[in-house]
Design a protein around this ligand. Structure first.
Ligand code: UDP
Length: 330
């Protein structure tokens, strides 16, 4: 028996694979390596290079490795790209997930932990955001994640496939070892871009929007350490293995930091000056996203270990300063 981890060579996927293999759980990574890195998973971890749209390959993989549960990360995940190219996002995320679910149904695999997103909420009606808040995504990316959540609910009712949807706020940081971390090409996320400025690979960070209705005018986000996220996947999987019903949970630290505050944190942690420039808003970005994670704490006993922004940024700096070219495989 083994756990299939789609997108397991990606950023959050590879950190989850690390936690699973540290616990000697049987894992098979399924990844098309379009954004992921084979170096991000240990040499002993089984890797099948494939696309989630490839139903036959998924089915063969599930049967060959006796898969009994799935953790599903594989997806495109950039808000601005999703606005410019919705077709790519609806196909890769929604149609791809339908292909995965069909393979699961046909192979009698009935447990899935799903990467959802705070982007499903859109502009917050209240802060912190609880799971009961209305989900009105402001981006195509957020809409694809919301559609997938709704599909999972229908597949539970009709086919008995149980799921946990984990609505991540802003994943950040890197594994404590400094062996694995965040490496996207192109990089679009705030903390790794600021790290590139700290390393002298970029001359400045552009601040996307300085007239939001927030104290300093820049967007506020809730940054959560990638290892804390990874551990939540294991708790979620065990909940399903123990017969728990389907659930959706937020995952954040419950504290919001503005773009300017994150820049100041990186300056403090690295001791380097970060030049910045004010730029226009990025399409699809809500002003404030801060989580209440009380539900997953109460029900699954999840507790973040890295709960200060300094801890998170320090771990990111540890990875980026040791690996200025990331995995160096592009
Ligand atoms: N951001 C920014 N400059 C950048 C990248 C991001 O000002 O070069 C802002 C972005 O508009 C958002 C926040 O930083 O308000 C976090 O963006 P990121 O892409 O890291 O995560 P997202 O919130 O899109 O998941």
């Amino acid at each position: 028996m083994a756990i299939l981890v789609t997108g397991g060579a990606g950023y959050i996927g590879s950190h989850t694979v690390r936690e699973l293999t540290d616990e000697d759980r049987g894992v098979v990574v399924y990844d098309n390596l379009s954004r992921g890195h084979s170096k991000a998973i240990g040499g002993d971890t089984r890797l099948v290079i494939g696309d989630i749209s490839d139903y036959e390959k998924l089915k063969d993989t599930m049967l060959k490795y006796d898969i009994d549960s799935v953790i599903h990360f594989a997806a495109d995940s950039q808000v601005s790209e999703s606005m410019a190219n919705p077709e790519k996002y609806y196909y890769n995320n929604v149609v791809g997930t339908l292909s995965l679910l069909k393979a699961m149904k046909d192979c009698d695999v009935r447990k899935i932990v799903f990467s959802s997103s705070a982007a499903t909420y859109g502009e917050a009606q209240e802060v912190p955001i609880t799971e009961r808040c209305p989900q009105n995504p402001t981006s195509v990316y957020g809409r694809t994640k919301l559609m997938m959540e709704k599909i999972l609910v229908d597949y539970d009712v009709a086919y008995g496939i149980k799921h946990i949807a984990l609505r991540y706020f802003n994943a950040a940081g890197a594994h404590v070892s400094g062996d694995i971390g965040e490496d996207h090409t192109p990089e679009t996320h705030l903390i790794p871009i600021i790290m590139e400025v700290a390393l002298g690979k970029r001359d400045k960070i552009k601040i996307f929007g300085t007239n939001y209705p927030t104290p300093d005018g820049t967007c506020i986000r809730d940054y959560i350490h990638v290892t804390d996220l990874a551990k939540a996947h294991i708790l979620a999987l065990d909940w399903l293995i123990n017969g728990g019903p389907s659930r959706a949970y937020n995952l954040g630290n419950g504290k919001g930091f503005s773009v300017r505050e994150v820049i100041e944190t990186v300056e403090r942690v690295t001791g380097r000056e970060i030049p910045s420039e004010e730029a226009s808003r990025r399409l699809g970005d809500p002003a404030v996203l801060v989580a209440s994670s009380k539900k997953i704490m109460d029900e699954l006993g999840w507790m973040p270990r890295y709960n200060t922004i300094d801890d998170i940024v320090e771990s990111a700096w540890n990875w980026h300063s040791k690996n200025p070219n990331g995995f160096d495989d592009r």
